[in-house]
Design a protein. Structure first.
Length: 148
């Protein structure tokens, strides 16, 4: 079993301004720290679990729907309806996105006996990655700008 993340936005102009790098880090961390230790990679070896993020302006609470099962490709797709305004109007959009995403991921993964504390550990590790000062800013501080 391998876990992936995707996005599907059906309402025009409604999306989360989240970089693909955030999703890549989520995919890596979940598969490294959840799939492996829980031996989910040994259960249904060829199965893919897709956590599909979606929203619309009417979504005010987290909803998890699914799974839709695609037998031919052995893919289970779970839709995570994340609350649009609670995330886009949050002081820290990435942090709010991660909080709701991992609550939804837990709703899916608890069916595989994954513990909440392990999901929270993954979420917190990812949050730390985005709280670190960016290299570009530290490089800018070292350079002195001369004004005339």
């Amino acid at each position: 079993m391998y876990i992936t993340v995707s996005h599907l936005y059906v309402e025009v102009g409604t999306y989360f301004p989240i970089s693909y790098k955030v999703d890549n880090l989520i995919i890596y961390e979940i598969n490294e720290k959840i799939t492996g230790p829980y031996k989910l990679d040994l259960v249904n070896k060829d199965q893919l679990i897709n956590l599909m993020v979606t929203t619309n302006r009417a979504t005010t609470e987290l909803e998890v729907r699914g799974p839709d099962y695609y037998r031919k490709d052995d893919i289970k797709v779970w839709a995570l309806y994340l609350p649009y305004y609670r995330i886009t109007e949050a002081p820290d959009v990435i942090e709010a996105y991660l909080d709701y995403f991992f609550l939804g991921a837990f709703e899916v993964l608890k069916k595989y006996n994954v513990k909440l504390k392990d999901i929270e550990h993954v979420r917190d590790a990812i949050k730390k990655q985005f709280k670190r000062p960016r290299k570009i800013f530290s490089m800018m501080k070292k350079k002195k700008v001369h004004q005339k």
